[in-house]
Design a binder for this molecule. Structure first.
Ligand code: ZN
Length: 311
């Protein structure tokens, strides 16, 4: 704007600031501003409708569209733009929808880093998880492993929750649910559900705790392979290190052969390439929370987590 004015040899006083009730102001050349008072008044009256709009049913002549005062080369225009309240409401609805699709366990829904206790055994993992949520470009996912009940699932679910709030597609799943999805896709080969491949963030909880059959293992390898190639974020929690996971997964249910070891190795090598392995140490916190149990805060040196979201 400044540059343009200088080129044209105009000063600020040649322009009039025209404000919108909703939205940024427009700058109109004084000569074009005159005699437009009636139009400006009309536009503002229409904007007033949207100011009191719930977004649910916009009362504009064309619902959901509101005129906005703008300028181009000093001329005044008032094009129709989407009702801002409606846009807000649509965003809210989209997040609600994403939350339902995400399939996050009820126990962990709405949890944030403020609900998470940082210990010496998980400090690095928490830091990496925070980075994952803050980054625009996620890069690598996480492979969270360690003994049962050390907070791996909660941490993964927190990442899922916060990504959903950003409007991203998250899918939380575990081995039985994966098997179920694979079977469903087999039943409906014409309309396969591709959410495992397409989710912005896929969380596989407790991988290795239950076995796949040879066919299921193949399906998992395919999903992981697609996500690896498309550089999609994947979070895995497991009781086993990647190496142990590979050995465990090679032991398929039913009749297996040499091929299964190769498939398992392929999954593990992909996971190693697309996630950062992060070990968890410490006591089982579910047990530690029982009355009479050993309190983690004394044993493990826990400290309350600083609120992350703003920083
Ligand atoms: Zn409206």
């Amino acid at each position: 704007m400044e540059v343009k004015k200088q080129v044209l040899g105009e000063t600020k006083s040649d322009y009039v600031k025209v404000t919108n009730l909703i939205g940024p102001p427009a700058y109109v050349k004084r000569e074009y501003y005159e005699n437009r008072g009636f139009h400006i008044q009309k536009v503002k009256e229409q904007q007033e409708i949207c100011r009191n709009c719930s977004g649910e049913t916009c009362r504009q002549p064309i619902p959901g569209m509101m005129p906005l005062l703008t300028s181009h080369r000093g001329y005044l225009y008032f094009p129709l733009t989407p009702c801002p309240r409606k846009k807000l409401r649509e965003r809210k609805l989209r997040i609600q929808e994403r939350r339902q699709e995400a399939n996050l366990p009820k126990l962990f829904q709405g949890k944030t880093f403020a609900d998470y206790q940082v210990t010496d055994g998980n400090r690095l993992a928490v830091r990496m998880a925070q980075r994952l949520v803050r980054q625009k470009d996620p890069g690598k996912g996480l492979y969270l492993y360690g003994s049962r009940g050390t907070g791996k699932t909660l941490l993964a679910a927190i990442v899922g929750n916060l990504l959903v709030q950003q409007g991203q597609r998250v899918l939380f799943t575990n081995t039985p649910q994966l098997r179920c999805r694979f079977r469903e896709n087999l039943k409906h080969p014409d309309t396969p559900d591709r959410s495992l491949e397409n989710a912005d963030c896929l969380i596989i909880d407790d991988l290795g705790s239950e076995r796949f059959n040879a066919w299921g293992l193949e399906q998992l390898a395919r999903v992981i392979d697609v996500r690896y190639r498309q550089q999609k974020m994947t979070l895995v929690t497991s009781n086993d290190s990647l190496k142990a996971l590979g050995e465990k997964m090679a032991q398929v249910r039913g009749n297996g052969d040499k091929q299964d070891a190769e498939t398992a190795a392929r999954i593990v090598s992909r996971l190693a390439g697309m996630t950062v392995p992060l070990p968890f140490y410490g006591l089982d916190r579910r047990w530690a929370l029982e009355p009479g149990g050993i309190c983690c805060s004394r044993q493990g040196g826990e400290e309350p987590m600083e609120l992350f979201e703003k920083g």
